[in-house]
Design a protein around this ligand. Structure first.
Ligand SMILES: *Cc1c(COP(=O)(O)O)cnc(C)c1O
Length: 494
């Protein structure tokens, strides 16, 4: 399988796509065509455990990776999850299920991809004959950073630097990152919001001066952000796995279409669902859920992507995003894989903060996608309602998705299609906000929030969060976004 860039240029192998992360012209790598999963393969997958299902799906894209080795890498990555299944499905009502993706080492769905990415990257380097040291750069709105740090800490031949917006992540997220151990890690707060942070990191990738200066030091750059195809591909697997689980537990017949509602920020998670559909998974609709930063919902109703708007800080910080990078991959598909047009639109976005797609393209998108959003009040209401009715506790990101799903049910009362809501974080990652949603009580301290939330819900508290209290802060630096490269040089020269 070869990969092409959404903005045109040379084809590359899967290994090259994973290692470079982003194409030289700024485009994102996409598979040349979508591999198909046959009915027989679906049947066979019913009998498999999660790691084996994941290895099968990933192998279809990264076909130069050795099958047995890929399987053993998946087994080792997913053994780091608390449960034997890293993507369990929980029924919360008739025809409504939660796909819980947060049982990994950092309690967010990013773990599904980032526990495996170090292998995909290291092997990718071998396949490409790269001997240099790898420097992984990450811009994070909160959860990617920690998951990447855990994934890459103390890995051989790799260093990692995570940049997060100084005033854009939750207390718990910040603590998780700033207490990170490992010899090869660096964590830096950047003044501004996530978009500022992501733009500054992208500029380093795009700067020949920066890239060459690192090359002289025998270092090549790679990215662990969701623009990297190596992040996307492990995420496709859990849509297949969830579907198999629905069939195995006799909730649906094989071949029956289902819907997914996905809390959406950088558009990576929901794009993986779209890729699964393209591979033949019986998916009817994909509901994108936003918080008050509802740029995706607006885009899906108007066809205009307009970032010239106020940016809100919400209790679902991993969705506080105005530039959803992975949307570029969807634009590329619905434009008929028109790289020139995609590049033009991305240039318009950069220069003017806005672009528009055609009515036909919008219609094509809306055949599969719709969008909704929850503001702070309505997401709390959804979280409270489900806690009261079903005794189920969810985090604020999943709360937004819940609200969007509820809106859909209200509007389509006769709809019998099964709905899977993708649950993206452990509620204890946002203890104060979740406590407020389920009890109406406010507490000032995160650890007190954990204690009270435990008292209210009896859910098990993950050690990786409760243990943070006693860990020393290692990283406290805040830098201007113009100073990122200096920060990187200082770190690699250490
Ligand atoms: C990253 C994240 C999201 C958004 O996912 P995208 O792939 O960026 O759309 C939603 N919820 C949580 C908890 C996250 O960490």
């Amino acid at each position: 399988m070869k990969f092409v860039s959404t903005r045109g240029g040379e084809k590359v192998t899967g290994a090259q796509a994973v290692v470079t992360g982003l194409s030289a012209n700024g485009g994102l790598y996409v598979p040349e065509k979508f591999p198909q999963v046959t009915a027989a393969e679906m049947e066979a997958m019913l009998e498999m455990g999660y790691a084996e299902r994941a290895a099968k799906i990933i192998k279809k894209y990264l076909d130069e990776y050795d099958s047995a080795e890929l399987l053993s890498a998946c087994e080792s990555a997913y053994s780091k999850f608390e449960k034997s299944d890293p993507a369990p499905l929980v029924r919360i009502d008739d025809g409504v299920y939660m796909l819980e993706l947060w049982h990994g080492p950092t309690c967010a769905f990013k773990d599904v991809a980032l526990t495996l990415l170090p292998y995909l990257l290291r092997k990718g380097c071998d396949l490409c004959g790269i001997k240099e040291e790898i420097l992984v750069l990450v811009a994070t709105s909160g959860d990617t950073g920690k998951a990447a740090l855990e994934g890459f800490k103390d890995a051989d031949g790799v260093k990692i630097t995570v940049f997060y917006p100084s005033d854009g992540v939750s207390k718990m997220q910040k603590l998780q990152m700033c207490t990170q151990d490992g010899k090869n890690v660096n964590v830096v707060a950047v003044k501004g919001n996530f978009d500022d942070c992501q733009t500054a990191v992208k500029e380093i990738f795009a700067s020949e001066t920066c890239v060459n200066e690192l090359k002289r030091k025998n270092i090549v750059l790679s990215s662990a952000n969701s623009i990297n195809f190596g992040r996307l591909v492990p995420q496709i697997a859990y849509y297949f796995s969830a579907y198999c689980d629905l069939v195995s537990s006799e909730q649906i017949e094989m071949g029956e279409e289902v819907d997914f509602t996905v809390p959406t920020g950088n558009f990576g998670n929901v794009l993986a669902a779209y890729y699964a559909k393209k591979m033949g998974l019986p998916v009817r609709r994909l509901h994108c859920a936003s918080n008050e930063n509802k740029i995706i919902a607006d885009f899906l109703s108007t066809g205009v992507y307009d970032t010239r708007r106020e940016f809100y800080k919400t209790t679902a910080p991993s969705m506080d995003i105005l530039v959803s990078s992975n949307l570029e991959r969807l634009l590329f598909e619905v434009s008929g894989r028109n790289a020139k047009l995609t590049a033009q639109r991305m240039a318009q976005l950069k220069d003017n903060g806005v672009y528009e797609i055609t009515a036909e393209e919008l219609e094509k998108i809306r055949e599969t996608f719709d969008g909704g959003f929850a503001d702070e009040e309505t997401s709390v209401e959804a979280m409270y309602g489900v806690f009261e009715d079903a005794g189920y506790t969810m985090d604020p990101h999943t709360g937004c998705a819940m609200k969007v799903a509820i809106d859909w049910f209200e509007k389509h009362k006769k709809d019998e299609t099964k709905m899977v809501i993708v649950s993206t974080a452990n509620p204890y990652k946002f203890p104060q906000d979740v406590l407020y949603a389920v009890t109406g009580n406010d507490v000032k301290d995160s650890f007190k929030g954990i204690k009270r939330l435990h008292a209210a819900t009896a859910m098990a508290v993950p050690k990786c969060l409760s243990g943070l209290r006693d860990k020393p802060l290692r990283f406290t630096e805040v830098v201007d976004r113009k100073k990122l490269f200096e920060e990187i040089l200082a770190f690699v020269e250490k």
